[in-house]
Ligand binder design. Structure first.
Ligand code: 5RP
Length: 235
């Protein structure tokens, strides 16, 4: 039986709740796959699971409140974060940010002891940059100059708009969608982007996820890597 992408996302999102236990501080990602995680986590909280959540976007905060998931008043570290991705490569490096929450998502992912990524089979790629542009969040001041710098890296940045207006992130910034094609060296590209003034963050999540749950016709399949603490760049 072939299932829909939505059903695959539901399977992955719900499965991720099995990794959550009492007393955890849980990073709550953003997107349509995480939505199913939030529904199931809310159900578990109403049944007595004791956790506090750290939402990565205004949209996720609203859903978490609706579902009765307690939220942390203040936090500096989280035990685990569950988040979606636009692309997942064999090393579990990711492109994220089509939902526009990449900066908050990365802050939470870097603060997390463990990152679990959830998605359907369409997210699994051999090389990042194959199917999706790389989102880069930039401050509005001088954004066109920032775009010139990014273009000089060989990328094709396009301002994300809704109608005629630039889309604003939850942080009040703009998003440049950068058409990269398959990325040869994600670490080098990440470093180059981080060297440009005006860039707040980018959607390359490297060395952060250690587990991926992929919803599929058969249920879910788990991809796992063992992080090499000396090598992992955590970008
Ligand atoms: C938001 C994200 C999302 O996690 C990513 O776009 C995947 O979303 P979805 O689960 O809806 O396909 O990075 O910034």
């Amino acid at each position: 039986m072939t299932i829909s992408s939505d059903e695959a996302k539901r399977r992955a999102g719900e499965k991720a709740v099995e990794y959550i236990s009492d007393e955890m501080v849980v990073g709550l990602g953003t997107g349509s796959t995480v939505y199913y995680f939030l529904l199931k986590l809310g159900e578990r909280c109403r049944q007595g699971l004791q956790v506090v959540g750290v939402p990565t976007s205004v949209a996720t905060e609203r859903i978490a409140r609706e579902q009765g998931i307690p939220l942390a008043d203040s936090w500096s570290a989280v035990d685990i974060v569950v988040d979606g991705a636009d692309e997942i490569d064999p090393r579990l490096n990711l492109i994220k940010g089509m939902g526009g929450a990449l900066v908050r998502e990365k802050i939470v992912a870097q603060a997390a002891g463990r990152m679990i990524v959830v998605g359907d089979e369409s997210k699994v790629v051999k090389r990042l940059g194959t199917n999706f542009p790389l989102p880069v969040e930039v401050i509005p001041f001088g954004w066109e100059a920032t775009a010139v710098q990014i273009r000089q890296l060989g990328l094709g940045p396009v301002l994300r708009r809704q109608g005629n207006e630039p889309v604003r992130t939850d942080n009040g910034n703009y998003l440049l969608e950068c058409h990269t094609g398959p990325i040869e060296n994600p670490e080098e590209l990440a470093r180059s982007l981080e060297g440009i003034a005006g860039v707040v963050g980018h959607g390359l999540f490297l060395g952060l996820a250690t587990t991926a749950i992929i919803g599929s016709d058969q249920g879910t399949r788990i991809l796992q890597i063992t992080p090499d603490k000396d090598e992992a760049p955590r970008m």
